[in-house]
Ligand binder design. Sequence first.
Ligand SMILES: Cc1cc2nc3c(=O)[nH]c(=O)nc-3n(C[C@H](O)[C@H](O)[C@H](O)COP(=O)(O)OP(=O)(O)OC[C@H]3O[C@@H](n4cnc5c(N)ncnc54)[C@H](O)[C@@H]3O)c2cc1C
Length: 364
Amino acid sequence: MTRELVAKLRARGAHRGQGQTSISYEPEEMKVLLEEMCSAEGIKLQLHTRVAAAYRERNRLRTIVTESKSGRQAWRAEVFIDTTGDGDLGAQAGCEWEIGQAENCPCQPMSMCALLVVQDALALAHVIHGSGTGHGKNNSATKRAFLKEIRRAGFDPSYGMPTMFPMRDNLVAVMINHEYGIKPFEADRVTEATVRARAEIHGIVHGLRKLGGPWEGVQIAATPEQIGIRDGRRIRGRYVVAKEDLLKGIRHHDGVVRPTFTVDVHALTRADNAKHAYSNAGVKMKPYDIPLRALIARDVDGLMMAGRCISGDFISHASYRVTGNAVAMGEAAGVVSALSVRDGLLPHNLEWERVASALAKVRA
Ligand SMILES: Cc1cc2nc3c(=O)[nH]c(=O)nc-3n(C[C@H](O)[C@H](O)[C@H](O)COP(=O)(O)OP(=O)(O)OC[C@H]3O[C@@H](n4cnc5c(N)ncnc54)[C@H](O)[C@@H]3O)c2cc1C
């Protein structure tokens, strides 16, 4: 699926970077591409809809309730997949879960990103963290140079390694903000963090514009409606991906994703940020397998997870939480759910050989 997406983005000229693992893409093109792909497959979407409750019949998840402009709606299905990132559905269904390093949430910080339009991206090449784009180099020098510019504008950003990514022509994305110690299910605190982060971005961009030179005319094209969340609930599955798996580069007979992304732990506190804005927490990972079992809830039948809310520990989550892995997990969970419905078997009762052959066909 990742290969297909990258090829389609490339065909639209919306993809920057070589290969499959280190790319950037235009968010607006990705949105419309995903909608077109769903439409072509006859997938019915309902946007702006939140899972609000889950109901079990004994141990089996049977009904979920959502809220939207259509009011409260109940949905029955044979298998559900929790892709809420924060594990909202798993938690509502009564699954055990963990978050951050421990219960009181020393968590990875949240960050708001923003899209900017600059007058001449080439004039800012020294601060643009390239992805083989010809706009800059993939090293921390560009981040240090960007930090220097932000300080020259009179700001000390809450994220110590501010990054500017190339998107297309004079469209770039920036990540310059960290919000510490917030749980994603505390709506009031997520709201405060969102408002604070947006104010920080606006302040810094206005400050850069005042510098003139290559910054002249820099504009904010978009900020998201909600701050980005790194750490959410990790729903307990039939396998827990662990730090040791990364150290060993573990293989599983039912591996569905093989992450290659490093452990990426952003500073948990403002004090940490002053020393290391992010680090690999001393873990040198080797590519490892995520088994299907980590995508199947342990405590509730008929529930799968995909994306950053699957079953793992703090360190492994810091590696598998990124987009490419989430795509492959979603693909695997989708195939398994479809087989499960077709064969009338719960996901954990499917024969692995049948799953492997169906997944191989989809991935061929
Ligand atoms: C600031 C930042 C920078 C990042 N940079 C990179 C990067 O450079 N490269 C990379 O690969 N990854 C990066 N990541 C990680 C990556 O974006 C996420 O980890 C990845 O998107 C996880 O995907 P997901 O689908 O599991 O969760 P999410 O992308 O969080 O998606 C969850 C979705 O579920 C919806 N949702 C939540 N709760 C409910 C509910 N109750 N009911 C219905 N819907 C709900 C949300 O609105 C959202 O649309 C970054 C993350 C952040 C925060």
